[in-house]
Design a protein around this ligand. Structure first.
Ligand SMILES: NC(=O)c1ccc[n+]([C@@H]2O[C@H](COP(=O)([O-])OP(=O)(O)OC[C@H]3O[C@@H](n4cnc5c(N)ncnc54)[C@H](O)[C@@H]3O)[C@@H](O)[C@H]2O)c1
Ligand SMILES: O=C(O)C(=O)C[C@@H](O)[C@H](O)[C@H](O)COP(=O)(O)O
Ligand SMILES: [Zn+2]
Length: 380
């Protein structure tokens, strides 16, 4: 039986709802019918890991709702979030004879959501799509807010569009098949939300970390945490859909995080790289007397308590070169997101030569903090 524990209104220019609960995959057909009653066809876009797990109930529900259904599956992983897969999916939408009335269903993690969302944003200059996130990261972050993107050789998320979905359907029951590593990756964005906007949540995570064990013991708590995170994100997005100002705060840890991701050839998860980026910028902000001294260590300990690694191999010079593609850069400055305390962050316009120093200092401090915490654990 479907349990929609939370229904959140996302009041962007094109408003929509997010449903969070269990047994919701079976409801995708009915919800699609209610938000796109004119649709006759649906193309489900998914990846090679998610398809075998969750395609069948979604496909069946859409057929029961009277839709003609096609499915396109691409190879799982960030390496597929590229112009080639994007073009193949556009061709597939045309082969399926989708019209402007029809819909795309993004079934998967953030990679599926970003790719399928960009296909929906551009096919016939824009058709409707529904986000059905299946990772923690996609449930707490990427499925909401309408950022869609693909990576270019030159860097991460460099082509994309703002295109809000018609609905978001998060079935927390899907999370049980994630690996510890995949689950932890989502925790990085949860910690990001807590650090920039919710000191109480930060303290709660310190007391009881969000883990796959918690999912097994207390699914209701995990649904609550997803809703709490979406609440933080939607409050920002509805004020600034196209990231002219305050939305940049959601990019905390990403200027360095995205650069580490690209410099490492996308072998590390997005969340893991954001975690590295958050500790790096926090550490460098202490040196600049912008952030309380104890914050980086508290942040690094919380990250480690969520089983995220802070290790990376790439050289700072390479990471800096990648960071020059950051979308918060304008000319010779970049807007960095600086933590001011637990639950508060602000933007700091920074000259690029100063950013290079910040990045070098921050990454060195991250490695030192990480080694210190790991050393304590080994000694226990
Ligand atoms: N648009 C946004 O606002 C936004 C926000 C944050 C991140 N992102 C993007 O999201 C991507 C990262 O998302 P992600 O961490 O979900 O990565 P992902 O989509 O690659 O999923 C991680 C892995 O988990 C597998 N998987 C997905 N659901 C599963 C399930 N229920 N059970 C078992 N395996 C499952 C996938 O096949 C993949 O191998 C990055 O590309 C990042 O840039 C976008
Ligand atoms: O929704 C947002 O805004 C975010 O910044 C959320 C981030 O977690 C996400 O990774 C986003 O895709 C990064 O955006 P980008 O504009 O830096 O590519
Ligand atoms: Zn992110």
């Amino acid at each position: 039986m479907a349990t929609s524990a939370y229904t959140l209104d996302i009041d962007t220019a094109h408003p929509y709802q997010m449903h969070i609960g269990t047994f919701l995959l079976e409801q995708v057909g009915a919800i699609t019918q209610s938000v796109a009653p004119q649709a006759q066809r649906a193309l489900i876009i998914t990846d090679s890991n998610v398809g075998p797990l969750f395609l069948a109930p979604v496909e069946q529900g859409l057929k029961e709702a009277g839709l003609t259904v096609g499915a396109a599956t691409f190879e799982a992983g960030e390496q597929s979030k590229n112009p080639t897969t994007y073009a193949e999916l556009l061709e597939r939408a045309a082969e399926e004879q989708l019209t402007r009335d029809d819909v795309i269903i993004a079934l998967g993690g953030g990679v599926v959501g970003d790719l399928a969302g960009f296909v929906a944003a551009t096919y016939m200059r824009g058709i409707g799509y529904i986000q059905v996130p299946t990772t923690l990261l996609a449930m707490v972050d990427s499925s909401v807010g309408g950022k869609t993107a693909i990576d270019l050789f030159a860097g991460k998320n460099l082509a994309g569009a703002f295109w809000q979905p018609l609905a978001v359907i998060a079935d927390a029951g899907c999370l049980g098949t994630l690996s510890d590593e995949q689950f932890a990756d989502g925790c990085a964005e949860v910690i990001k939300h807590a650090l920039i906007a919710d000191a109480e949540l930060f303290a709660e995570l310190e007391k009881t970390p969000l883990t796959l064990d918690l999912l097994k013991q207390d699914l209701a708590r995990v649904c609550w945490l997803i809703a709490r995170n979406v609440d933080i994100k939607r409050a920002v997005v509805v004020q600034d859909e196209r990231e002219a100002g305050i939305r940049k705060l959601l990019n905390f840890g990403h200027s360095i995080g995205h650069a580490v991701e690209a410099a490492e050839g996308y072998r590390l998860g997005h969340g893991t790289c954001v975690a590295i980026g958050m500790v790096a910028i926090a550490s460098a902000s202490v040196t600049a007397e912008l952030c309380p001294e104890e914050l980086p260590e508290r942040l690094a300990r919380l990250i480690k308590a969520h089983e995220l690694s802070l290790a990376f191999d790439a050289a700072p010079d390479k990471i800096f070169d990648e960071a020059l593609h950051d979308k918060k850069r304008s000319g010779s400055t970049i807007d960095l997101v600086v933590p001011r305390g637990i639950g508060a962050a602000s933007l700091a316009p920074t000259p690029l030569d100063e950013f290079r120093r910040i990045l070098e200092v921050g990454l060195a401090c991250t490695q030192a903090l990480s080694a210190e915490i790991d050393g304590e654990e080994d000694a226990c």
